[in-house]
Write a protein that binds this ligand. Structure first.
Ligand code: HEC
Ligand SMILES: [Cu+2]
Length: 366
């Protein structure tokens, strides 16, 4: 079929060659965002085909209406229309052309659907969990990230997605991928981003109060950077506990529910809680053990006056949990020397000028 081969030649045109201007594709452009995955141009081609064929048809029909209304206008009071005879040619034309158009749309759409739905067999798998209102990404080696996905450029990535609570939808406009994320079921989507850069993920299924803030970033990096990332688990391992805790407070989204200035939220503010009584809990007061339990198994004890809405963070490492605890102590003015320093206190006190060299990973020892 000549037409189909012409179409597929157009369809295989690389993204850059489609001839759109910076104005339309720039960051704040009015047109579609840049095509940043290997399958994006297929989706855009169907979209453009539908846009332009319906534009041409609409304009053609509108011009026809105006022209015919003018041509067959009533010229005098005595004007009588001649009987209308059917025209087989006309009727076949307006049946066959739309049928062909619809079949082309089906053919192109199905092809794009198949190629965006079936991941290549060498795809790298990352598990994705959506929950109100953030995304968790888990790598095969156990590395867990929140609201950030780091992947190597030029590598097919298969996302195995599920939801902890309600329907969400994983949408990456620049990759032209979008798929519902459903509780109690896995759904899949895949992409291959050839260019390094940062791409935005949005949730496109209305999922409650903070739906509009439910976003994530996909950071596409070079191979070397990706392997370094996997080795360090994405975390900064060389930080004093309280600083690590401060980072985790935002990177693990504790800040979406807990304030540190006493203002109310979904969960209790962390300001003023250290050492406070928690009658009925195992510890009785907010201390190291209480905080650990609150993080790993939040439903074991529910703070009075709050919903049991905190997700379990049982995947955090001990270093991370101790970091968060140190940060809570710091906010409450109860930080110890060990919370804010990586080296033994006397060493820190003695060293006047240079910071002593700390062996990597020293603070991760249990
Ligand atoms: C979706 C909202 C949400 C997120 C995200 C969240 N929490 Fe909570 N958290 C709560 C709620 C609600 C409570 C009170 C109910 C309960 O005890 O489970 C709570 C209670 C706590 C408590 C006990 C506070 C007290 O006053 O006794 C601690 C400690 C805590 N969370 C730590 C964390 C840490 C650390 C993180 C991030 C790693 C985090 N939370 C993320 C909602 C959240
Ligand atoms: Cu959502």
């Amino acid at each position: 079929m000549l037409f189909a081969s012409m179409l597929s030649a157009l369809q295989d045109t690389p993204a850059q060659d489609l001839g759109r201007t910076e104005f339309f594709t720039g960051e704040n452009g009015l047109w579609l965002p840049p095509q940043s995955s290997t399958t994006a141009h297929e989706i855009d081609f169907v979209w453009n085909f539908i846009l332009w064929s319906s534009t041409i048809l609409t304009v053609g029909v509108a011009i026809g209406i105006v022209y015919l209304a003018w041509k067959y206008r009533r010229r005098s009071q005595a004007d009588r229309p001649a009987p209308v005879k059917e025209s087989p040619v006309l009727e076949l034309t307006w049946s066959i052309i739309p049928t062909i158009l619809v079949l082309i749309v089906f053919f192109l759409g199905f092809r794009a659907y198949v190629s965006t739905s079936i991941p290549p067999t060498d795809a790298y798998e990352v598990a994705v969990k959506g929950q109100s209102w953030f995304w968790t990404f888990e790598y095969p080696d156990g590395t867990v990230l929140q609201n950030e996905l780091v992947v190597p450029a030029g590598q097919p990535i298969k996302l195995v997605m599920t939801s902890q609570d309600v329907l969400h939808s994983f949408f990456v406009p620049e990759f032209r991928i979008k798929h519902d994320v459903v509780p109690n079921r896995y759904s899949f989507v895949w992409f291959n981003a050839p260019e390094e850069g940062v791409y935005q993920v949005v949730c496109t299924e209305y999922c409650g109060l903070d739906h509009s803030n439910m976003g994530a970033e996909i950071r596409v990096v070079g191979r070397d950077e990706f392997y370094t990332f996997l080795q360090t688990g994405g975390g900064d391992v060389n930080l004093p506990p309280a600083e690590l805790g401060a980072q985790l407070y935002t990177s693990r989204n504790c800040n979406t529910c807990h304030s540190i200035d006493g203002s109310p939220g979904t969960g209790p503010s962390w300001l003023g809680i250290w050492g406070e009584p928690r009658p009925g809990s195992e510890s009785g007061v907010v201390d190291d053990n209480y905080v650990r339990q609150s993080i790993v198994n939040p439903n074991a004890y529910i703070v009075e006056g709050y919903p049991g809405a905190m997700p379990a963070y049982d995947f955090l490492s001990d270093t991370e949990i101790r970091g968060l605890t140190a940060y809570m102590r710091q906010i409450n003015g109860a930080a110890t020397a060990a919370d804010t320093s990586l080296v033994p206190v006397d060493v820190a006190a003695d060293s006047t000028a240079a910071t002593p060299d700390v062996p990597a990973g020293a603070e991760t020892e249990e």
